[in-house]
Ligand binder design. Sequence first.
Ligand code: ADP
Length: 440
Amino acid sequence: MVASYEDRLWNQKIDTIVNKCDMISDRITEAGFQFNDVNRTLETEVEQFASLLEGRIMVVDHNYRIVKDTFGVEDNRYLMTEDVIKTMSGESIQPTTIDQQYMEAFYPVKDGSGEKINGVICVIASCQDITDMGNYMEDQRSRLSTLIIIVSVALSFGVSVFMTRKFKVLNRSVRYIAAGHTDEQIKVVGFTEMKETASAFNDILAKMQMIEDSRQEFVSNVSHELKTPITSIKVLAESLLMQPDTDASLYREFMGDIVEEIDRENKIITDLLSLVKMDKKVAKMNIEAVNINELVEGIIKRLNPIAKKRNIEIGFEPFRPVIAEIDEVKLSLAISNLVENAIKYNNDNGWVHVYLNADHKFFYVKIEDNGEGISQEHQDHIFERFYRVDKARSRETGGTGLGLAITREVALLHKGAIRVQSNPGEGTTFTMRIPLTYTS
Ligand code: ADP
């Protein structure tokens, strides 16, 4: 900016010199290069021009004789410098500067017709004003730069103090929550990004709270489930103790009940352990290629005697041979749970159909029964731990409410899925979809 401003001043100065020289040269021609009392006004004009430029003007005639020197020291001497000779011969000379202090310019004095050059006006003009202006501007520029630097530093400092303060608030909030106040929320303060971060934290906290709630519910359910058989055992044992001379048959009956309760306790513990083992973080998958047709056939064979007791018929319809990469123990448990449920929650003389099918990616095990069915309201919860539609009925049949939770975990561990479709009074269909190839 400073340089371009200086350039402009230079050009302005050159324009002034050229215009003035243009005017004076005509007057000099008119006066026939005579600077005497008759042409006093011309002399004054030249003198004024020189003083305006704070410089010196010399007028040279066609003999290279100085007819006018405003310094009055070179009058009548001869000036035959290269630039003067060139100007005299019609060449145009660009104005030049000397030490950035002075400007030297040469202007031809033409005759009346404007064709012949009769002399030269040599102008030496001071450039001090331009240099001073340049220096002044440079000075202003550095002052402005300093000011901008100071303002920027102050501004950044202010912004950083502002941000740090907001961060401190956020930090305090996070530390407070980290200290155990997980039911609190982080204060949403500061600029947009900080607010977004705080909201994201709050979302995580909400999820953590949900996990914590379900964990607590699970623990209380476990305690309750484990206590129930123990309470029954205690009641049975105490009533025997309170009647010292009870006959042996009653003893036998009560002892039978106690054994049943112990079996039940055992089943709950076994199911719980299975569920714990299914935990994604600890579950070790023993993956191998297994013939699913044989696996399902084996399960049906094992459960057939239970079904026969209530005259329930189990049918197996494989659509094709299926070999898949699975954890045999875990998947057997899952399918067994489904077939067992289809028997347990069936009516006497009912039926259970097991279908096996596959496409290029998955295989599907479908277990269909014509039992009591599950209403829509319960369908949404049956995969939850300890959820039972009819507690008393489930207890009767030896259910723990963990079977479907285990089955769903197994499906998820295999990157598969399970879904239920049921109409109360008509029957239930569970479909399990498992990938043919296992990906960890
Ligand atoms: P449980 O040990 O009680 O059988 P599950 O987790 O296996 O627990 O099943 C949860 C509940 O879902 C059962 O209590 C039962 O009411 C219902 N249920 C599961 N399978 C069937 C089915 N095939 N037909 C009807 N109800 C079923």
